[in-house]
Design a protein around this ligand. Sequence first.
Ligand code: ADP
Ligand code: 5GP
Length: 269
Amino acid sequence: MTPPAAPRGRGSCRAGSAGFPCRHGGGYNIPMAPIPHPDQVPQRPGKIVVISGPSGVGKTTILRRVLHDLPQLMPSISATTRPPRAGERDGVDYHFLSPAEFERRREAGEFLECCRVYGRQHWYGTLASEVDPRIAAGDWVVLEIDVEGTLSILERYPAAVTIFVEPAVPEQLGERLRGRGTESPDAMARRLEVAHRELREAHRYRHRVVNDDIDAAVAAIEGILNAAGLPAARSSAPKPSPAAHQQPIRSTESRSVSSEEPVHDRRPA
Ligand code: ADP
Ligand code: 5GP
């Protein structure tokens, strides 16, 4: 029997319940990379890993170290309309796109998910070209995306390993964002407002890691990935060290925890 045609056009660029940074009007008609019908889902030997958490919690810092330690893990480079920060490189930290180019790709259905965050200012999105070919090739691909993007990815990749990084106390977020020194007071206020909403969504993730001490957080995430069956590194496929690993990383006293609770409900209440 011929399976029905794959539905098109449903990703995270969708209007939805209130309270999420990515929610915005007019999303339902935007073409997205098609979600295949279950009968048409090809064998996907690779795996998606999603890392989320509020702005300033330390996701990027942790991920750089994890990618360095686990060269078999491939980063998905997101696209964004946000301007690069000092030291960020196009094609390494993000694909930095003009709003017009982002829109063109969005209209062309090139994103697995995309959304606009932080006061509807900038777009962020995961390009299908960053993920699908690698998964088909058996690689593990890690995405650093927000909660809304995670829900969309789980529709397509329900077996994704989802990890939420939390601060030990909420005050750490403001302190770290101030310490990073990349945001204007306005932008920081927007990020912190969204951060407090995002913290309430941590329960949707299979694993939770507290980033108080950076070494402990990195070790916890590497432990989660190894327990999930991350294949050993292929010695024939070396990967360049991520540039940002060269940045100094502060360390404080801390705890890191991980929980194995399943994701029961993938949609925001
Ligand atoms: P995110 O990617 O989640 O927005 P970053 O990785 O940019 O956060 O980290 C924000 C700031 O916090 C950076 O200046 C980073 O060096 C610092 N940082 C990260 N983890 C810790 C930690 N465990 N203790 C103290 N500072 C940290
Ligand atoms: P930043 O501007 O600090 O680099 O990233 C802001 C936030 O955007 C991050 O916390 C991350 O969760 C989110 N983000 C980055 N890339 C993507 C993406 O491709 N898709 C989605 N949905 N969110 C992203």
